[in-house]
Each structure stands twice: as C-alpha cells, then as structure tokens.
Write a protein that binds this ligand. Structure first.
Ligand code: SF4
Length: 366
C-alpha cells in the first residue's frame, strides 16, 4: 500500500519571498520593460509575451512602442496598421483587443489606466494574469500574476495535487504578503524561477534559492507537480486557396473582423472536403462566392500551419481571371506584389509571399 505523504509545514512566505527577491535582484535579465512602472508599455509587453517567446517579443515591442508611444496613439491607430505591426506574432485577436483596450482607457478613463486588478480586467483582452501583472508592476498592488512558470513553481513549493487557479491563489497571495513593498518584482521572480531553474523536466533544485522550503522536493513528488494536462491531438483542416492573377495584380480579401485571423488579408480560400479536388473546389468557390470565372492551374505549394486547436493544410493554386467582377461584402483589392507587402497576412501566407511572389510579379507559380 502506498504510504501517504508525511505532514509538512507550509513554506514560510516571508523567507521564501526574501530568498526569491534576493535571487531575482542578482540575475536581472535585460528585458526592455523590466523596472517599468508605466502601465501602457507593460500592457503591450504582457500581451505580446503571451504565447510568444520573450526573445521574439522584444523587437516587436520596440517597433510597436516607437510607432505607438502612448495609449492615445494606439487608441487613434488604424486597425490595419496595428495588425501589420503585429504580423509574425500570431494570435491576432490579441492585437485587436489591445487597440480596443487603449480606446476604452481613453474613452472611459481619460487616458489614465485604472489601478486595480478588478477594473483592469474590464479592459478587452485583459484576463486575470495580465490584470495581476499590471496591478502589481505598475501600481504596487499585492495581486498574483500566475503564468505557466509561476504555476509550476507554486505547485511544487506547496506540493499541490490540483494546480487550479483557486488552489494557486491562496499560496500566491500569502507569498505576496511576505514582500508587501515589491509585489511586482516578486511575481516576476516566481515566473523567472520557473523559466530558468524550476523547469518542467530536470529542475535544477541545487541552484534553487527556495529549495529548503520546497515541499515537492522533500516529498519526492516534483515530477508529479503540476499534474500534466491531457491534450487531445488537434484535428487537421484542409483548405484550398487561389492566387488569382488579373493584369499583373493579385486578388486578396480581408477576413471578417472577428474570429480566426480576424482583420488580416488572405487569398480567396475554401474548405476542402476529404475527397474533393482542389482545382474544382476553387473554380466553383470563386464562381459561386465571388462571381469570378477563373482558370485554376496547378498547385504552387502546400502551406501548413499549427494553430492552437487545429492544424491547417492549405493547397495553394495559381489561377487566371477570365471574367466577372468581385461580388462580396468583404473588403478586397487587386494588389501588385509590392502592394501585398503593405497588408497584414497570416504568417504562413506572408512567408510564401515574401519568398515566392515578390520580385516575380505577374508570374505566380512560374
Ligand atoms: S526545489 Fe526544485 S522543484 Fe522545488 S521550487 Fe526549487 S527548482 Fe522547483
């Protein structure tokens, strides 16, 4: 029979907080927004860093801040320009929400961010993590900011069987009470520890500043904390798209503002049934949905992309316009290949455009 873990006292919050801050102060990473107290660049940084590696987000942050240096500039920005600056970061709903959040801050708060986590959460796209990060970093509020790294550290420190938001909230708040004057730094220290030392596999407990208080280490349960999330294999969706050429220009349409890749531009594309032939699907889709008669050519390339909840395989074909004018409610353009550079596309189409279309105007697929 498996023996139940021996009772252990909970880690001492003040001691843990002091050790974490000591460690954090000794290893500050060169992140442009570290030490920042202005909520606007912090919000941009936090939103960009979600689902994105820090090294990738930093140059995007620099460009974004250079173009939209304050919340009013972003609130007044054209959505197309915001999406274009976001191109390559993915998860474009984040960019649209960021702009809308700036508009709410300007319209409802006179351009000054609210300073509590509960009010921050009313901003579009701001969830518990981002609200906690902003409230603690910009306004010194003792609010937890629990990302995946902090979740792992807390669940190991306290040997939590269930690392749910409510189970993590209690130890996180208690830890913050151990450093009331530096809640933002403490949140960052937890996240940094999770990313650099308390890693998912092979945590470096010998290097860990809080190993003496770590219950999972004492009990030998590190590998079980936090419990693994069971993820189903994402399904694959098949689509066909056409690079339709008319007098040296290429047809592109803007996607609806909401939903997947909302507001981005792309080539006309259609779902592909399992047994369907892409050329026939494209010819019929272009005719029925856009009013265009086209000669659809061979496949130029198959593009693949992994979204968070499905995989996409897109058969991209060349096509020549023969007759008809575009009939659709969606904004559309016949763009030159250079004109395509000014529009924001999904990253997998952008790569194709830059590598294979630009400089070959008038000859897609040639
Ligand atoms: S002692 Fe090991 S498992 Fe515990 S918090 Fe530190 S690195 Fe993580």
């Amino acid at each position: 029979m498996a023996s139940s873990p021996k009772p252990c006292s909970s880690p001492d919050p003040s001691g843990i907080a002091a050790a974490l801050l000591d460690w954090f102060d000794g290893r500050r990473r060169d992140v442009p927004w570290r030490g920042e107290r202005d909520p606007y660049p912090l919000l941009v940084a936090e939103v960009m860093a979600q689902q994105t590696r820090l090294d990738t987000a930093i140059p995007f942050h620099r460009r974004f801040m250079a173009r939209f240096p304050d919340v009013r500039a972003l609130a007044a920005a054209d959505e197309d320009e915001v999406l274009k600056l976001w191109e390559g970061l993915g998860y474009y709903a984040r960019a649209r929400n960021l702009r809308r959040a700036a508009q709410v801050v300007v319209a409802e708060y006179g351009g000054r961010f609210p300073d509590t986590a509960s009010e921050l959460r009313r901003l579009p796209g701001v969830g518990p993590y981002t609200a906690g990060a902003l409230a603690s970093l910009a306004f010194g509020r003792p609010e937890p900011a629990i990302d995946g790294n902090a979740r792992r550290v807390l669940s190991r420190l306290h040997d939590l069987e269930a690392a749910t938001p409510s189970a993590l909230d209690v130890p996180a708040r208690s830890l913050l009470q151990g450093a009331p004057e530096r809640p933002g730094a403490l949140n960052q220290a937890l996240m940094d520890l999770g990313s650099a030392v308390c890693t998912p596999r092979r945590p470096q407990c010998g290097e860990c500043p809080v190993s003496a208080g770590c219950l999972a280490r004492r009990r030998g349960t590190i590998a079980l904390r936090p419990p693994a999330r069971v993820r189903a294999r994402p399904p694959t969706r098949y689509e066909a798209a056409a690079v339709v050429l008319r007098e040296g220009r290429i047809l592109v349409l803007r996607r609806p503002a909401t939903g997947l890749l909302g507001g981005l531009w792309d080539f006309p594309s259609f779902s592909l049934a399992p047994s369907a032939r892409p050329r026939a699907t494209l010819a019929e889709g272009l005719r029925a949905e856009l009013g265009l008669v086209c000669r659809v050519g061979d496949e130029i390339r198959e593009l693949a992309h992994a979204f968070s909840h499905f995989r996409l395989r897109l058969a991209l074909h060349s096509a020549s316009w023969l007759d008809g004018e575009v009939r659709t409610d969606r904004p559309h353009r016949w763009a030159t290949t250079d004109g395509l550079a000014e529009l924001a596309f999904p990253v997998y189409q952008r790569r194709f455009i830059d590598r294979e279309l630009r400089g070959r105007q008038g000859r897609p697929g040639s």
